[in-house]
Design a protein around this ligand. Sequence first.
Ligand code: FES
Length: 64
Amino acid sequence: MYICVCKGVTDTAIREAVHQGADRMRDLKTCLGVSEQCGICACHAKEVLEQALMQRSLSQYHPT
Ligand code: FES
């Protein structure tokens, strides 16, 4: 699903960026361009970021 229409960034791309080490909105902005233009996506992008961070920390305790 598209999160940032201006930059064509999907939730999958955000999760992948978190998997690669992104921790903050600033990181998503730098590596994907999220919320660089109109900024409407910022709130939803932050939700996806927080979910992905939680999944990342859980997988560190329960590696598959
Ligand atoms: S929708 Fe992300 S900057 Fe416009």
